[in-house]
Design a protein around this ligand. Structure first.
Ligand code: NDP
Ligand code: MN
Length: 380
């Protein structure tokens, strides 16, 4: 049986943040990251809107990039004290992901982190509170997905938590919020969207329900990402990219991904290369590797876009966005060629075992993944 699960309500376009004014309830916690949402005034706006709705709010801030189990437990305890009937996450993927698991533990205080690692093992939620997600980056689509990525600092492992229970009840996709992202974050997270959409479209688990969403997202990224990066104040471009992220999220949350993500997860674990950037660099090489296995699907994308060569167009787009063509060219990266060769075998084996590899159109051997890493590292 195939299922398609997305949030029941998505409010989008400019000023959709003001939807908060319409909420019914008594208490809300607002979960957010470091300082960006406070600094740009969105947190205060949210508190005011909730006040208008007669809802008392409490802020849980300080969620770090790649949030930890410790942060999640801290949030859980604050929620248990305050007893909210709404959990509202506002920020990047990290804040949204952390809030999802804080919420699960608030609903089930005796639950341990170890007990939710297995796919689908989160028990029924929504007995105490409902969940709203307000993304401030246009990339991870955590506002849509059944995923949360939490890091166990002691074991040094990043765990993808998967459950339909953590698909938010309501997503607010307001383009004014990501409009404050600096251009390099816009570029990198935007290429994460491209990778989500392409991988979901050619995934072996793609369906008639996910395909149109992925296809439209690919087109929106090609058409609007360069403008969103060149002129951050262009709200039309910001809105199109914010929508593209959410559409791609609907697709990949239901169709899963492929080895761009497997490879990016593992190189991101070894070196400090951000997720979107790793995806951007890897995508052309993986399109090459997958092309024959999913030829009809790739041709469908090319036909829809009116182009001849998706791989070449993705490379052009990277160049336009000032994204390097290979890892070696990134001068600020904290590793050398020797470091790369040293971890190559381990990284390739781990990438093979990543869950995203299961739905890749071409079934890779570990040697194939090594080859792709090498090409993406040294350039072809
Ligand atoms: P983060 O949430 O990690 O945020 C990255 C940085 O961007 C932070 O310093 C943050 O600052 C800043 N920032 C966020 N929004 C704005 C804004 N509007 N203006 C200015 N600065 C801003 O980034 P991502 O959204 O890329 O999320 C990455 C996380 O998501 C990773 O942990 C990854 O593993 C996970 N992920 C989750 C998925 C899912 O389906 N749930 C899918 C893929 C990845 P500040 O902290 O001050 O707000
Ligand atoms: Mn991604």
């Amino acid at each position: 049986m195939n299922s398609f699960v997305i949030p029941p309500e998505i409010h989008h376009s400019q000023d959709s943040l003001s939807y908060l004014e319409n909420l019914e309830g008594e208490k809300a916690v607002l979960v957010t990251g470091g300082s960006s949402m406070k600094r740009f005034g969105f947190l205060d706006q949210a508190v005011e809107l909730l006040e208008k709705a007669g809802i008392e709010s409490k802020i849980i801030d300080g969620v770090e990039p790649n949030p930890s189990v410790k942060t999640v437990n801290k949030g859980k305890n604050l929620m248990l004290d305050f007893e909210p009937d709404w959990v509202i996450a506002i920020g990047g993927g990290s804040a949204l992901d952390a809030a999802k698991i804080m919420w699960a533990f608030y609903e089930h205080p005796d639950l341990e982190f170890e007990e939710i690692i297995e796919v689908g093992s989160i028990p029924e939620l929504r007995n105490k509170a409902k969940f709203i997600a307000i993304p401030s980056t246009s990339g991870t689509a955590s506002e849509i997905t059944a995923f949360s990525v939490i890091t166990d600092l002691e074991k040094k492992i990043k765990y993808p938590i998967v459950s339909p229970e953590i698909v938010p009840d309501l997503a607010i996709v307001d383009p004014q919020i990501p409009a404050t992202m600096p251009s390099h974050i816009t570029a990198n997270t935007g290429m994460d969207v491209m990778a989500h959409a392409v991988e979901a479209f050619v995934s072996t688990a793609a369906t008639d329900y996910t395909d149109p969403l992925a296809l439209k997202a690919i087109k929106l990224v090609f058409d609007y990402l360069p403008e969103a990066v060149a002129d951050g104040d262009n709200l039309e471009a910001r809105e199109k990219m914010h929508n593209a992220s959410t559409l791609a999220g609907m697709a990949f949350s239901n169709a899963s991904l492929g080895i761009v993500h497997s490879l990016a997860h593992k190189i991101g674990g070894e070196f400090h290369v951000t997720h979107g950037l790793a995806n951007a660099i890897l995508l052309p090489y993986v399109i090459d590797f997958n092309y024959q296995a999913a030829e009809n699907k790739f041709k469908e994308i090319e036909e829809y876009l009116g182009i001849n060569d998706l791989k070449a167009e993705v490379k052009n787009l990277n160049q336009k966005l000032d994204i390097k063509a290979n890892f070696k060219e990134i001068d600020w990266l904290d590793y050398t060629e020797e470091d790369f060769e040293e971890v190559l075998a381990r990284m390739s084996q781990n990438a093979l075992e990543d869950p995203c590899t299961l739905t890749n159109p071409e079934e890779p051997e570990v040697e194939d993944l090594k080859e792709i890493y090498k090409k993406a590292y040294y350039g072809e």
